[in-house]
Design a protein around this ligand. Sequence first.
Ligand code: FMN
Ligand code: EPS
Length: 383
Amino acid sequence: MRYLCSGESHGPQLTAIIEGVPAGLLLTEEMINKDLKLRQQGYGRGDRMKIESDQVQITSGVRHGMTLGSPITLVIKNKDNKNWSEVMAIEPIPSLEYDIKKVPRPGHADLVGAMKYGHRDLRNVLERSSARETAIRVAVGAVAKQILAALGIEVLSHVLQIGKVSIGETHLSFDEIKEAIQDSPVRCVDPIVSAKMCAHIDDAKKQGDSVGGIVQVLAKNVPPALGTYVQFDRKLDAKIAAAFIGVQSVKGVYFGDAMLSSSSFGSEVHDQIAYDQGFIRTSNHYGGFEGGMTNGMPLVVHAMIKPIPTLYQPLNSIHIETKKVEKSMIERSDSCVVPAAGIVLESVLAMELAREILEEFGSNQMSNLVEAMNRHRQAMRDF
Ligand SMILES: Cc1cc2nc3c(=O)[nH]c(=O)nc-3n(C[C@H](O)[C@H](O)[C@H](O)COP(=O)(O)O)c2cc1C
Ligand SMILES: C=C(O[C@@H]1CC(C(=O)O)=C[C@@H](OP(=O)(O)O)[C@H]1O)C(=O)O
């Protein structure tokens, strides 16, 4: 399964084409839209989210709610495009005068992107580097989630830390976490910490500042032996780490209790092997991976997210023509996107897992894939 995305932040639409989704998967726009809605929520989002109400349009590869096995095309319209139709016009508008962006934001792609592609208007960079693009990736991930759901696998994200407010680790189960975050505007399991996180975001916003944080992404019911140890670039944890870093503002990835294990004795953290109708581990400090392969324990992946680069109290920068010091540009911005990034990272994890499963059990039809997975699970239990 492979996919390609396109679209500028204030252009007419975002598009994705996914190839390799087996035929016979139940898929409707509504199944995708619920994730698009979640990505738009989360305390700390800016005014753009009041304009957009993301809805996907499936324009190929699906008929009567069922995938055909042909490429699936997904489209999300940018509602804000109507406010930028001239600035973002595809055809030249010679007489148009508009604000050309010249003062790059520290922490954003503006300066290096312009240097790389030779742009003198930083808008030519920011339009594509923008995390607006994550909307269509969430749509793609929702398709992957449907494949996983048919195989009994589910993913979930929740927030462990926002700026300086941290919940530490939680010992709740997957289903308990799902329940506990329902009413939290920051997807945090503890209501008291959740309120502190919101207050911390408010404080940052009042100061014209921004905050980052840490998200935990989980997958349950993943069978053992996905991925392989035989070649570095085929290790599944390595593929997931690369895909996580591919999400805007994710600066670190770690599996399980990596922070703790790096400062512990081996005897304290290695997950001991036991047998109970199949091999199990008595703990899950390594987040479900050994040697680049899943070991049958739940997957536990963490993403460390930096604070948003655009600041309402801007930092110093340099005008790219005058080379003089100026405050960096600002139009409009989120102040915290940690909960939203969690939804994006769920999609990314779902995509990597679905892709790996299809590579391992390759199938054109969902029913054959389900059978192959059931056989694999049985073989793993019988080992
Ligand atoms: C969902 C989401 C929304 C974001 N919104 C903003 C924003 O409003 N303003 C901003 O400057 N950066 C925002 N970012 C982060 C930038 O897109 C990102 O920092 C930038 O593209 C540079 O990439 P890097 O941080 O991965 O190096 C957002 C990131 C995500 C995941
Ligand atoms: C549009 C989205 O996020 C955008 C990501 C983003 C950035 O620089 O990454 C900058 C902001 O864009 P704008 O200036 O249009 O408000 C965010 O709103 C979205 O998440 O759908």
